[in-house]
Design a protein around this ligand. Structure first.
Ligand SMILES: [Zn+2]
Ligand SMILES: [Zn+2]
Length: 338
């Protein structure tokens, strides 16, 4: 059958030949100018009165807005949009590229050119953040004996978990961090996350937690509370030591209980948090050292005492002594292998 329009070529679809199909359809409708609203702080895009996640930086937001403004003819299959920002002048962006698609088996390629004008509006999440909005405070205490690096590592861990939660819920952010005596106060944008985080800190580092709340005001006829989560560190981290009636215990793991190993007997046991916190604590860095190995035979090793430089015989107890030194701990004048 010949094409009904030109009468020259074979029909391809819709009683028309390929050329006549291409000449009569508009696969993609392009508005010459498109307006979009983007948050200047986080590049979220306003879409039908709600803020949606931006795929990246401002040009990415512009490309998303340009792609969203395209109207596709019915019956098009798998449109593949390839756009890039050619130039920009303050908040006006020139976007061009092409759309490849398929109409009833006929491959279609159309050039696109569109101007995107961006207005900047602070999104609800960023305006909350900049307005010092917070629902809860996490008070971290008991950091006195820790080094600056250790405290930084703890804070870094907190910031990382906030950042990954923020990707799913933009209400999760730290409004303000304040260093106070013996710790830090973290002002949190979202109460349920603050609760979760304080529990996680407790599970990871041990210690004690306490919740308190205060009436903050009324909203929509309901009382609004602000919550304070006190997270008190136990004064030790994994790898530190506890002394129970002269017996040194190395802290192997902290969870809800404290798993320790006796340096005298090698026996492991779990202490409850309360008991562990009541014992004398020694920091790893204060007692551990590398001991120089003088000789070894079988399961015994002779090392140099770090203060009186006498040789001391010690039982390896299955530890390897392949290096020139071995890690030990000097606790109350006694030398132990750890
Ligand atoms: Zn034709
Ligand atoms: Zn924002």
């Amino acid at each position: 059958m010949l094409c009904l329009r030109c009468g020259k070529r074979e029909q391809f679809a819709d009683n028309l030949c390929e050329n006549c199909i291409l000449e009569t359809i508009t696969p993609v409708e392009v508005k010459p100018v498109v307006h979009g609203t983007v948050c200047p702080s986080c590049n979220r895009i306003l879409h039908h009165r709600s803020w949606e996640e931006c795929p990246g930086n401002l040009p990415d937001a512009v490309l998303r807005i340009a792609a969203d403004s395209l109207t596709f003819m019915e019956g098009l299959k798998n449109p593949d949009i390839e756009l890039s920002v050619d130039s920009s002048d303050s908040n006006t962006f020139r976007v061009s590229g092409k759309v490849r698609t398929n109409y009833k088996g006929l491959l279609i390629e159309q050039e696109i050119g569109v101007e995107v004008r961006i207005s900047n509006v602070l999104c609800t999440f960023c305006s909350r953040k900049s307005g010092n909005y917070f629902e809860a405070i996490i008070q971290i205490r008991g950091l006195d004996g820790f080094t600056r690096e250790e405290v930084d590592r703890i804070l870094e861990g907190i910031r990382n978990s906030v950042a990954s939660a923020y990707r799913k819920d933009p209400n999760v952010f730290i409004t303000r961090e304040e260093e106070v005596r013996g710790g830090w106060d973290l002002y949190m944008g979202d109460n349920s996350f603050a609760k979760q985080l304080s529990q996680k800190l407790h599970d990871t580092y041990g210690g004690e937690t306490k919740l308190s709340s205060s009436l903050f005001g009324r909203k929509d006829g309901r009382d609004v509370y602000r919550y304070t989560y006190l997270v008190r560190f136990p004064g030790f981290l994994q790898g530190d030591y506890l002394i129970r009636e002269g017996e040194p215990l190395k802290i192997e793991k902290i969870a809800r209980v404290v798993k320790v190993r006796s340096l005298r007997t090698g026996r492991e046991e779990n202490l409850n948090m309360h008991e562990a916190m009541s014992l004398r604590k020694l920091r790893k860095a204060d007692v551990e050292m590398e001991l120089i190995i003088v000789s070894r035979s079988g399961d015994e090793v002779q090392v140099l005492h770090p203060t009186n430089f006498r040789t001391v015989e010690m039982l390896l107890g299955g530890r390897s002594a392949e290096e020139e030194t071995i890690t030990g701990a000097l606790i109350d004048g006694e030398l132990y292998l750890v």
